[in-house]
Ligand binder design. Structure first.
Ligand code: ADP
Length: 266
């Protein structure tokens, strides 16, 4: 089984405060996945980020921060707004995938997962197994969920990757984003950033700079933290650039693709 994450940075215009889909990237990625599955059948789970659909409302309503009881109705409607926004993004993604002939089925985190202090504590994955068994491609995405401690929180696509990989024992975990992998500092703002083929400790980062101005779930650093947790369990993952044409196809075909492998080994 392969768990593939497609970053919000690829599918949406993430710097925008508007909900904008990147239809060209979406179609290309859908067709790369289809070509690989046509080559040989693979069990596949897709995770996608919330990008410019989820982050602006999550920031506006400060979901995931402690709040006064009197603010509950406003927070609750904020939760609804975010849930609906990311559902819209997911619908557009599913539409493009189905058009390509990919049998995707959405399983939203808000419908079956709960968290405690922003970490998933419950989420029965039997449905994932059943859909996979029937040849579907389950899709899950960055979403809001109920939180025992904070009432509501945002769950990033990266935390979902971690949870799924920990519980489903995949053969491959791949994250497609808009840079080649991990550098010692943000390559978008530093021309002299140094690229890592392998990454095993947060200490190797010069700065803990996040990502875009709207990301509420930690950007590259948040991603790496989730993946290092997987590495501790002996599960290796790879971050690649999904903006480079054919990278997703190649990685699904087990071909060599530039990227950063996150593992605790050498
Ligand atoms: P996605 O939405 O694809 O999951 P994010 O936007 O959350 O991805 O994270 C990717 C972004 O992280 C890159 O566009 C890059 O600008 C930023 N970034 C910050 N620090 C680093 C770093 N040390 N190495 C690579 N990218 C970094």
């Amino acid at each position: 089984m392969i768990i593939l994450k497609i970053g919000g940075s690829i599918l949406t215009n993430k710097d925008s405060t508007e909900s904008e889909i990147d239809a060209v990237s979406l179609k290309r990625i859908a067709s790369e996945i289809k070509s690989s599955l046509d080559n040989s059948y693979k069990e596949l789970i897709i995770v996608h980020g919330a990008g410019s659909f989820g982050h602006p409302p999550a920031k506006k309503y400060k979901i995931g921060e402690a709040f006064d009881k009197s603010e509950y109705p406003e927070k609750r409607i904020g939760f609804c707004e975010i849930q609906n926004a990311v559902k819209k993004l997911n619908m557009l993604i599913c539409e493009a995938f189905i058009e390509e002939g990919l049998p995707v089925v959405a399983i939203p985190a808000s419908s079956f997962m709960t968290a405690n202090d922003k970490r998933i504590v419950e989420g029965n994955l039997d449905n994932f197994r059943k859909y996979l068994h029937k040849g579907f491609i389950p899709i899950i995405y960055g979403d809001v969920v109920l939180d025992d401690e904070l009432e509501f929180c945002v769950i990033s696509g990266d935390q979902l990757i971690q949870y799924l990989a920990k519980n489903l024992n995949p053969d491959m975990v791949v994250l497609g984003t808009d840079v080649d992998g991990v550098y010692n500092k943000n390559p978008k703002t530093h021309d002299d950033a140094i690229f890592f083929d392998k990454f095993s400790s947060l200490k190797d980062l010069d700065t803990l700079e996040g990502t875009t101005n709207v990301d509420v779930t930690g950007g590259m650093v948040g991603k790496i933290k989730e993946l290092l947790y997987l590495a501790d369990l002996g599960i290796e993952s790879k971050i690649i650039n999904a903006e480079v044409e054919d990278n997703i196809f190649k990685v699904l075909e087990n071909e060599e693709v530039k990227g950063t492998v996150i593992s605790r080994g050498n």
